[in-house]
Design a protein around this ligand. Structure first.
Ligand SMILES: [Zn+2]
Length: 198
């Protein structure tokens, strides 16, 4: 399990970025059928798989918001003032769609979050060392390397998020620790989670 120092300091929440060794999260879980969209769910009473989408927001004590990844970027957000948390699945398409920034915006509109209060953590994913944009994106040859960590950091800072922590751990480079969709061989997914404690 990998944890962000700033989120670990918050006594009212639990969080972690799963590795291939992380056991299943216990308790009440909310999850989505992830579709590389910019669909965001705000969760109050519900739990289980809620439907299609790629980000979850909740202030509900005792509920864990979960995201499954194996190269895409898991992003966890917390507003310590309003005690609201969010879990975001940002692959290449989600990053281009601005899903992390849109989630902060939704926290603001639905829970009154001031983006400057938000603590953000960008978890392990395929790094700039290994990620090349597919042929479907029209770019000059030499510009095919992409940095999803920097893109999401920039995006969060642009909407006013005060603190962005980046794990800087590449899933493709570190086989003992992480699953990697692009590396292939094993096809597992790692589960990252965040939730308000009861
Ligand atoms: Zn790498």
């Amino acid at each position: 399990m990998i944890r962000s120092p700033s989120l670990t300091e918050q006594p009212w929440l639990q969080h972690g970025f799963g590795t291939r060794h992380t056991p299943p999260w216990p308790g009440r879980i909310a999850t989505l059928r992830q579709t590389h969209s910019d669909l965001i769910w705000t969760v109050r009473q519900a739990e289980g798989c809620l439907g299609d989408g790629d980000a979850l927001i909740s202030a509900e004590p005792g509920l864990l918001l979960t995201i499954r990844t194996a190269d895409c970027v898991p992003i966890l957000l917390a507003d310590p003032i309003r005690r609201v948390v969010a879990a975001v699945h940002a692959g290449w398409r989600g990053t281009v769609a601005g899903i992390a920034a849109l989630t902060v915006e939704r926290m603001r509109s639905e829970y009154g979050t001031n983006p400057g209060d938000v603590l953000a953590a960008v978890g392990p994913s395929i790094g700039p060392c290994c990620f090349e944009i597919g042929e479907e994106v029209p770019l000059p040859r030499q510009n095919r390397k992409a940095d999803l960590w920097a893109a999401n950091r920039k995006q969060l800072e642009a909407v006013g998020v005060g603190l962005v922590w980046v794990a800087e751990a590449c899933t493709m480079c570190n086989e003992p620790m992480f699953y990697s969709y692009r590396r292939g061989k094993d096809t597992g997914r790692m589960v990252s989670a965040i939730g308000v404690l009861e």
